[in-house]
Design a protein around this ligand. Structure first.
Ligand code: IPM
Ligand code: MN
Length: 359
């Protein structure tokens, strides 16, 4: 298969984890005989440094003309503590999501037997965890009006949703639930927010078309608690942009590390694949970051292209690496046993190239 892929390494550990994921992508393409043309673009803080813009037109054009995008991470501490800055790295990612209409952000969460001791949750809570978060990605408070009064004494951010924005991701979540354990949990704050009440109305309507799906409605504060106390209860989780951002970082505690969670963002055409973690500046350049979330995001890219054997080969290779204690410091019990980021990437790619060992 031929595909055009845009690679956006981004900031911090982004370039390191993306290079490992590309080793894996190349190994898969060699083994399965695919031809992906990779073009590189800049985004985030590194793009601001070079051009003044967090998403230069050239990068956006590249993305608009590709079949998929692989992104590392965005953000730099030099922008974090000055609330007066007008240009920020994150704007690049938000503009990219909006321009490509990537309204559906899919974040699967699972546990790995070998990582059960790494998760702070008790082992018996982790037995059957397998959930997928559908986070709305191009609406809500992230994209509403942002206003600061002239005298600086008042600010507001507005949260807007239309029934159209809600139903298009809701259908995807319901469809996913039909192929899974047939349960969907809508997370909202309908006891306080009008937008949440709109979400509930739309989901109640759509649920009539899916009588086999058990729909549960949960306030976000309660959901945060339930997710830690009874993570097995969740199957498909559907939620708006901001709640999804928060809940998905929280859910990574179940797995044991933010460095394990991949994501896909899909819209009408080009899709984007990225780990859910940030740029982890403290680890940047040290070859210690966990590349597995990005590698697993590449697996989601193959799923998106309906190359399911390729995707499962990557997942099996990651499982194999974990079982052989080939893991970065965030997921080993004894840090002296940690492998560097590049070694994890090299070995997973090698294992795939050796293909014979995989069924
Ligand atoms: C994420 C990130 C982004 C978000 C930031 C970098 C804008 O935290 O993808 O979860 O808030 O959506
Ligand atoms: Mn986030």
């Amino acid at each position: 298969m031929k595909k055009n892929i845009t690679i956006l390494p981004g900031d911090g550990i982004g370039p390191e984890v993306v290079s490992q994921a590309i080793k894996v992508l190349q190994a898969i393409n060699t083994y399965f005989n695919h031809d992906f043309d990779l073009k590189y673009g800049i985004i985030g803080a590194s793009a601001i440094d070079e051009t003044g813009s967090p998403l230069p037109d050239e990068t956006l054009d590249l993305c608009l003309n590709s079949d998929a995008i692989l992104l590392g991470s965005i953000g730099d501490p030099k922008y974090d503590n000055d609330p007066n800055l007008k240009v920020r790295p994150e704007q690049g990612l938000l503009k990219l999501r909006k321009s490509l209409q990537l309204f559906s952000n899919v974040r699967p969460v699972k546990t790995y037997d070998i990582l059960k001791g790494v998760s702070p949750l008790k082992e018996h809570l982790l037995e059957n965890v397998d959930m997928v978060i559908y986070r709305e990605l191009t609406g809500g408070i992230y994209f509403g009006d942002k206003v600061l009064s002239e005298d600086g004494s008042h600010a507001h951010d507005s949260c807007d949703y239309t029934t159209h924005e809600i139903s298009r991701i809701a259908y995807q979540a319901f469809e996913a639930a039909t192929l899974r354990r047939k349960k969907l949990t809508l997370i909202d704050k309908a006891n306080v927010l009008e937008t949440s009440r709109l979400w509930r109305r739309v989901i109640q309507d759509i649920s009539k078309e899916y009588p086999e799906i058990d729909v549960e409605y949960m306030y976000v504060d309660n959901a945060a608690m339930q997710m830690m106390q009874d993570p097995e209860n969740f199957d498909v989780v559907l939620t708006e942009n901001m709640f999804g951002d928060i809940i998905s970082d929280l859910s990574s505690v179940i797995t044991g590390s933010l460095g394990m969670l991949p994501s896909s963002s899909v819209g009408t055409k080009t899709a984007l694949f990225e780990p859910i973690h940030g740029s982890y500046p403290q680890a940047s350049g040290k070859d210690i970051a966990n590349p597995m979330a990005t590698i697993l995001s590449v697996a989601m890219m193959y799923d998106h292209f309906e190359l399911y054997h390729e995707a499962s080969t990557i997942r099996k290779a990651v499982d194999w690496a974990l079982e052989h204690k080939l893991a970065t410091e965030d997921i080993v019990r004894d840090k002296s046993e940690a492998s560097p980021c590049s070694k994890v990437g090299d070995t997973i790619a090698w294992y795939i190239e050796e293909g014979g060992k995989i069924d």
